[in-house]
Design a binder for this molecule. Structure first.
Ligand SMILES: C[S@@+](CC[C@H](N)C(=O)[O-])C[C@H]1O[C@@H](n2cnc3c(N)ncnc32)[C@H](O)[C@@H]1O
Length: 208
């Protein structure tokens, strides 16, 4: 088994547990039902969003992730999902999709982990229809300077331990720089602590 695959296989139970904690699931329950039409879920992971799509609004979901062990679990969840789901091993930086073919990009807790976020955001713009929407629920760089400084200090230690997750990405700024207009954005600490991990970006953006 190649090293990366072994690492993903070992990480899978912890990731699946943390990503399914009650407060996290409540954010998913607010966000996922907003998806419409053909949906791209980059970094679909273990498929924790799949049961939450609204079958009346969603035509089809395409989930992409580089981690085969996560996709194995997502495949089990896809079997009971209320919508049709296609799962593909791949990366957000090189999407195997046509230009303007997607109505919704749904990004949850993945903008922190994609190695080349700029390239991925350019791909999201390319595959989204001009009327399309990016829905997001992410953790990232806190507004409080003291917390952001702590995130910068911890990040080099945290990233290798947490499968490439970055603590300090300013998701809203990255979206704007990549040519998205923010339509709606809520920022909050999901939990009182640890503040470095729980500053959230929740909202939607449209290609400019
Ligand atoms: C914290 S998990 C979140 C998974 C899922 N989106 C969720 O909400 O439960 C981050 C995910 O990003 C995926 N990921 C890492 N690099 C990626 C890339 N280049 N393209 C797409 N997904 C990537 C990981 O494999 C992992 O499944």
């Amino acid at each position: 088994m190649p090293f990366r695959r072994l690492q993903d296989w070992l990480m899978r139970p912890a990731l699946d547990h943390v990503c399914a904690l009650g407060p996290v699931m409540r954010q998913r329950q607010r966000l996922v039902p907003q998806a419409e039409g053909v949906v791209l879920e980059p970094g679909v992971g273990t498929g924790l969003n799949l049961s939450l799509y609204d079958a009346a609004c969603v035509k089809h979901v395409i989930g992409i992730d580089p981690a085969a062990p996560f996709l194995d679990l997502a495949r089990q969840r896809a079997e009971t999902a209320p919508v049709s789901v296609e799962l593909v091993e791949g990366t957000a930086e090189a999407l195997p999709l046509e230009d303007g073919s997607v109505d919704t990009v749904l990004l949850t807790y993945t903008g922190c982990s994609i190695p080349d976020l700029e390239a991925a955001l350019a791909e999201f713009r390319r595959v989204l229809k001009p009327s399309g929407r990016l829905l997001l629920c992410e953790h990232g760089r806190a507004a409080e300077p003291r917390v952001a400084r702590t995130q910068d200090l911890l990040n080099p230690l945290w990233r290798p331990l947490a499968g490439g997750c970055n603590l300090n990405r300013d998701i809203a700024e990255r979206l704007k720089d990549a040519g998205f207009d923010i339509e709606h954005m809520e920022n909050f600490y999901l939990l009182p602590r640890p503040k470095s991990l729980t500053w959230h970006y929740f909202g939607s953006a449209r290609p400019r």
